[in-house]
Design a protein around this ligand. Structure first.
Ligand SMILES: Nc1ncnc2c1ncn2[C@@H]1O[C@H](COP(=O)(O)OP(=O)(O)OP(=O)(O)O)[C@@H](O)[C@H]1O
Ligand SMILES: [Mg+2]
Length: 284
């Protein structure tokens, strides 16, 4: 506990903003965002999830009520400069995790977005009181449009989930890298790559091993050691609106526990990440 207090004292004011980003659809961005949020909060972090995807997947997963019924969302934030960011943030179904939701109003939003600066989310995050959140995770949409640019402009880091077993998994990586370079040049020179994460991985499948090799070749030294396993338990937990840690001994819960530790260590939270709260069971 004492050790924890020392780390808290050192780290107060540090707020990492990680964009979970890959313009390919269905690679596990929303799943990674939600699971990392849960895992990090169980390691003592206060986490804000910002959903910037009009599909609203992480909002629907995390919000205790239907996000469509919420007054203020990321759409409000984009449309109305008079609204404060904290008015758009809500408790989630996980203690220690908060959600800034997105709702599907893309037609209106697309016109609005033309006129908006890519700094918009960064400017809003600058208004958050120091120490309110330790980690902010941004769930990006599956494209390289304005919302993704806003996320990358606001981020300190970006994480790229890559779906195992997809022969096209790495097609488009040049576009992804070119987008990051452009954002770094124009707006956010400090943006760092935290790593690529293999998702929906099954080491028994030859195709998954092929993707693994290719990802390691593409991102040398920058692939998370942990791979998120393919498991129906992930979908079940989301459908039942519970944490994967409600069954802490499953492969998925153990993987999320290890992944959150690796993630926090990469962000400089060594030691802090050692303890993990689960529903009565300890997972190392
Ligand atoms: N580890 C896993 N095991 C099994 N299924 C998974 C796993 N991770 C994700 N899925 C499933 O794969 C699908 C795509 O995942 P997800 O929605 O996280 O991807 P995404 O990149 O956010 O998609 P989009 O680009 O549409 O936003 C979902 O149906 C999800 O439930
Ligand atoms: Mg998604």
């Amino acid at each position: 506990m004492q050790q924890l207090a020392v780390f808290i004292a050192i780290l107060v004011g540090k707020m990492d903003v990680v964009a979970v980003f890959n313009q390919k659809g269905g690679v596990g961005k929303s799943t990674t965002t939600v699971q990392l949020a849960d895992g990090c909060s169980r390691r003592g972090m206060t986490v804000l999830v910002i959903d910037l995807d009009p599909q609203s997947n992480s909002s629907t997963t995390l919000s205790p009520t239907n996000p469509k019924k919420l007054n203020y969302t990321a759409v409000t934030l984009i449309q109305r400069p008079d609204i404060r960011i904290d008015e758009c943030i809500y408790d989630s179904i996980f203690p220690g995790v908060f959600i800034l939701p997105m709702v599907m109003k893309m037609r209106e939003l697309e016109i609005e977005l033309w006129r908006k600066d890519t700094d918009l989310i960064a400017m809003q995050l600058a208004k958050i009181k120091e120490g309110t959140y330790d980690i902010i995770l941004i769930d990006c949409p599956p494209n390289l449009g304005k919302l993704t640019l806003m996320a990358l402009t606001a981020a300190t880091h970006y994480l790229v989930p890559v779906k195992a077993g997809d022969q096209y998994a790495l097609d488009g990586i040049e576009d992804l890298e070119a987008t990051v370079l452009e954002v770094k040049r124009a707006k956010n020179p400090k943006l760092k790559f935290i790593g690529a994460l293999l998702t929906m991985f099954d080491g028994r499948k030859g195709v998954d091993k092929v993707t693994e090799t290719r990802v390691i070749e593409t991102f040398p030294g920058m692939v998370f050691d942990e791979r998120l396993p393919e498991s129906v338990k992930v979908k079940e937990a989301i459908m039942r609106r519970v944490s994967v840690f409600s069954e802490p001994n499953t492969a998925v819960a153990k993987s999320v526990a290890r992944l959150s530790k690796e993630f926090l260590t990469k962000l400089g939270y060594e030691g802090f990440a050692d303890e993990l709260e689960t529903a009565g069971n300890d997972v190392e």
